[in-house]
Design a protein around this ligand. Structure first.
Ligand code: AVJ
Length: 321
């Protein structure tokens, strides 16, 4: 059985070759992070989340297991709307808990990737006849205002520490969009990775089996395909540094030899040792994340954590109304 996917994005989301060219010529070269997540990249990320070193996914899952019923009691949600749902595996815990108490529940899966939406549907379709599943394809930064609202109390979910991949301005813009969309009875559950011992953080992005390395290098295959370029992944090394001043992981591809890339009938010269930034992953303190909430019109109602305080789920409501 298949399921309708409602499309609300204009799909003009990809950057032009010209823009990419500019990004690769800047003093700090970069490639947009989203190119990490083609089908292979999404699969590799799943593999990362099963490594010993990558504590984030497993810790978040544990917190959800422990506190699903509190989260649902506080929020009183009749609808769950997940932003960037991926495969919805973690959310299943919350859905199963909600179904214990309720006669019906709506789960709205909102993702840029139709493949992810289909996976999410397959993961959930047989759970219960009381569960109504809706699939919406769109970009969670730009299309949030286009989402349909109902009168029911809704719990927005943004899990997996994805907020950490946004710079400050984008994070505030994104959260402001959500808080403006939220009704008085709505809540947002947000997954946040916390500042901790830097060796623990660094190890999570440098797993010994080299899966993160594969994941990082795959970005070059993705843009080669997308823009018909000639990057050679073997000529780069994976580098994930923890920038303590900014409390963020910075993931780079570092050239291990001199090379030329053909782009727009020009050549980009890359010297041995040049670094291309592919992702930042920010870590927060309770204070630094609350500052962002305040600037976004959000109020933290409660937060849930693990015994080591590695990770937190913040339950928020909008301060705008
Ligand atoms: C799932 C995007 C939050 O930043 O930790 C994992 C992605 N990058 N290893 C993160 C990622 C390198 C991950 N996010």
């Amino acid at each position: 059985m298949s399921h309708d996917i409602k499309e609300i994005s204009n799909k003009e989301d990809s950057i032009s070759l010209k823009e990419l060219n500019l990004m690769l010529r800047k003093k700090q070269k970069s490639i947009p992070t989203k190119f990490l997540y083609d089908d292979l990249g999404s699969k590799l990320f799943e593999d990362i989340s099963n490594t010993e070193e990558y504590y984030l996914t497993r810790t978040e899952k544990k917190i959800l297991n422990n506190y699903s019923s509190s989260i649902l009691n506080v929020s009183g949600a009749k609808e769950l709307l997940e932003l960037g749902s991926g495969s919805s595996k973690k959310t299943k815990v919350l859905i199963l808990e909600a179904l214990k108490e309720k006669d019906n529940l709506t789960y709205i899966s909102f993702d840029i990737s139709t493949k992810a939406l289909k996976m999410s549907y397959n993961e959930l379709k047989n759970i219960s006849s009381k569960l109504d599943i809706k699939l919406v394809q769109g970009d969670f930064i730009n299309d949030i205002e286009k989402l349909q609202s109902t009168k029911e109390p809704r719990l927005y979910l943004f899990l997996g520490s994805t907020l950490g991949n946004f710079d400050n301005e984008t994070a505030i813009k994104f959260l402001t969009n959500i808080s403006q969309k939220m009704k008085k009875t709505d809540f947002l559950l947000l997954g946040i990775d916390k500042i901790k011992n830097k060796d623990v953080i660094k190890a999570a992005y440098n797993d010994k089996n080299g899966i993160t390395e594969k994941f990082n290098k795959n970005i070059l295959n993705v843009i080669n395909k997308e823009y018909n370029l000639n990057f050679q992944p073997d000529k780069f090394n994976h580098l994930a540094l923890y920038n303590e001043d900014k409390s963020q992981i910075e993931m780079y591809l570092k050239a291990n030899s001199k090379q030329k890339i053909d782009i727009l009938s020009e050549k980009i010269e890359i010297n041995s040792g040049d670094k291309i930034l592919t992702e930042i992953s920010r870590k927060f303190s309770d204070t630094s994340i609350n500052e962002i909430f305040e600037k976004s019109g959000l109020l933290s109602v409660k937060n849930f954590s693990d015994e080591k305080s590695y990770y937190s789920l913040y339950l928020l409501r909008s301060n705008q109304k």
